[in-house]
Design a protein around this ligand. Structure first.
Ligand SMILES: NC(=O)c1ccc[n+]([C@@H]2O[C@H](COP(=O)([O-])OP(=O)(O)OC[C@H]3O[C@@H](n4cnc5c(N)ncnc54)[C@H](O)[C@@H]3O)[C@@H](O)[C@H]2O)c1
Length: 326
């Protein structure tokens, strides 16, 4: 990773530069809920939340009891070594898929598989692969791994992504380029190499993890939001180019979800971690952060044949956030 490294699973790394995850924007206006709350500040989501009612809406991870909605499907999931990608990989395997867990952090990818349990290893339905999505040959190799190992590709989840907080006026060009390289070019390269394999398989699914930050402006998240908006647009084009070939493409658009990426952001925000987390929760009408399982559940649906007529969609997983902003 670049020494001025972006925020990813390994956290922010630049000790010299104040514009990083530890001080996302400036002291007066960090990247927090205010950046996402209704500009009029009239209505927000911070009304009382009844925990008893809310718990009915929190999915649980019980991948051993899942219903095999992806039985026999072959998938590649990038960024599978942490957070949302890890939850998707685990849930996909639980639903009967075989998965190439691709990540620049190969150790993380191995841990994702180890956490699934010995019976899955014995089935040989998951394999870890070191992939840097900014390198075209790595994206091609990830697709090839699936085809060589299991005969074809059915699903590509282009999920690897990084954040880099900073105001446009002070953002370094190389930080802008780094975010675009991973989030946008990486998605393009994965989709490009998946497309041919999916066509050969007679159709399939491309999912890209975008964000609600790609559907609206967010102070302090300029390159991230721009990259995610472009991913949503790329997905629409992929949907049209694949429509007559049986290839569907959809964008997952989570609001803040509980992953190492968000932990790093919370750790770098003003005030205590609890205060920072409360600001993020404040933009979510349902009154909690998303979970990796929320996103994995949506991904299973969109990747499954149940979503056979759904393509070109930016699918919010956001506890109602876009209902106010959309
Ligand atoms: N967590 C959230 O609140 C949230 C909200 C909306 C969208 N997203 C998006 O979800 C995706 C996953 O984020 P997360 O929250 O799980 O973050 P995370 O940091 O927990 O996981 C990201 C993974 O991507 C991997 N990665 C980074 N650069 C890579 C590269 N060049 N090649 C291959 N792998 C690389 C990391 O090693 C890590 O395992 C990202 O695209 C992110 O932008 C996250």
């Amino acid at each position: 990773m670049d020494a001025r490294g972006p925020v990813d699973a390994r956290g922010p790394v630049d000790a010299r530069e104040p514009v990083d995850a530890r001080e996302p924007v400036d002291a007066r206006e960090p990247v927090d809920a205010r950046g996402l709350v209704d500009a009029r500040g009239l209505v927000d989501a911070r009304g009382p939340v009844d925990p008893a009612r809310q718990s009915k809406n929190i999915p649980t991870t019980n991948w051993r009891r899942a219903m095999a909605r992806l039985a026999g499907k072959i998938a590649v999931i990038t960024g599978g070594g942490s957070g949302l990608g890890r939850a998707m990989a685990q849930r996909f395997v639980a639903e009967g898929a075989s998965v190439v867990v691709a990540d620049i952090n190969e150790e993380g990818a191995r841990e994702t598989i180890a956490a699934m349990g010995a019976d899955v290893d014995a089935d040989g339905r998951a394999v870890a692969l070191r992939v840097d999505v900014t390198r075209e040959e790595d994206c091609a190799a990830a697709v090839q791994e699936a085809v060589t190992r299991w005969g074809r590709l059915d699903i590509m989840v282009a999920n690897a992504g990084i954040g880099f907080p900073g105001r446009i006026a002070t953002l370094a060009k190389e930080d802008w380029e780094r975010v675009l390289a991973v989030n946008l070019t990486g998605t393009f390269l994965c989709a490009k190499h998946a497309f041919g394999a999916l066509r050969q398989a007679g159709g399939g699914v491309i999912l890209a993890t975008a964000s609600v930050a790609g559907m609206q402006g967010t102070p302090g998240l300029g390159p991230y939001g721009a990259s995610k908006a472009a991913v949503i647009q790329l997905v629409q084009t992929l949907a049209l180019e694949g429509a007559r070939l049986g290839i569907r493409a959809n964008a997952l658009c989570p609001v803040w979800a509980q992953t190492p990426l968000v932990d790093a952001m919370v750790a770098g925000s003003r005030g205590t971690a609890d205060e920072a987390r409360a600001r993020l929760v404040g933009v979510v009408p349902m009154g909690r952060l998303g979970t990796p399982e929320d996103v994995a559940a949506a991904a299973v649906y969109l990747a499954s044949d149940e979503a056979a007529f759904i393509t070109g969609v930016a699918f919010p997983i956001d506890g109602g956030h876009m209902a106010r902003h959309g």
